[in-house]
Design a protein around this ligand. Sequence first.
Ligand code: TUI
Length: 306
Amino acid sequence: MKTKITELLGIAYPIIQGGMAWVAEYHLAAAVSEAGGLGIIGAGGAPASHVREQIQKTKELTKKPFGVNVMLMNPEADEIAKVIVEEGVSVVTTGAGNPGKYLAMWKEAGIKVIPVVASVALAKMMERAGVDAVIAEGTESGGHIGAATTMTLVPQVVDAVKIPVIAAGGIADGRGFAAAMMLGAEAVQMGTRFVVAKECIVHENYKKKILAAKDIDSEVTGTSHGHPVRQLRNNMTREYLKLEKAGAPFEELEHLTLGALRKAVVEGDTVNGTLMAGQIAGMIKEEMTCAEMIQEIMKQAESLLK
Ligand code: TUI
């Protein structure tokens, strides 16, 4: 399927993998790119040296294009931005902030820059700053989220900018893909579905929780201090929301979440770890390879779009 995004990025299918912290490492990124989508290494909160290693390992596994996601709250974001240029990465996505200060450096290096936006205002600002496309990410997504839904955000961003728009949040099959195209998107970004890919290294316990999740099993923590994060309900979210409701100070809440994503991804702690996942987790019932997922989605979408 050809769209403005497959042309821009030189990929076979307009499916981009979310840049999930801890989860989106080189095995997953290479597998998605090899399957014809765009694999992404999620820099998350990792140090720049780790991101460099991940890029080099991805290059050993695939000759196809892949990207790096820079989580802009990372204290090492400046160094990571430089590593991306030095390693000749072809695509950058950004999240959780405004990537303005890196744009000149990335564009000069010929890198395609695609920020995640959660509002029309930021999408327009990013277009004026010269980015190549934007990812309009709805509140259905896992992890750090904005307020607007995918259904409302995508068409409003499509109307507001001339650059291609990638839809994200709540998309995990050919129906969601086709719906995103109807809203004017040129591609989709998926996170939660790829967490349960065979090639994804997250702990089996984490995958099992996503596969068992129902439609209303996610919870949003951190709204009171301006950093809402969607994850599956567990002991951690119950404790967090109780404290948040009681007006606990930010430091106390932060203590609860510090290292909790690593605990879930690496140790498989589903009780006190942070199981970031989107609302579509309830629909995901089977572990498959990235190639199987992408083929299934494209087949279903193509028949619907006809
Ligand atoms: O960034 C994400 N999702 C993430 S980042 C992340 S790492 C983390 N770990 C633990 C606790 C908290 C975070 C987990 N999930 N998605 C992209 C995204 N960006 N969603 C929303 C935004 C966003 C929001 C506001 C982007 C820009 C923005 O405003 C920018 C500005 O400064 O105007």
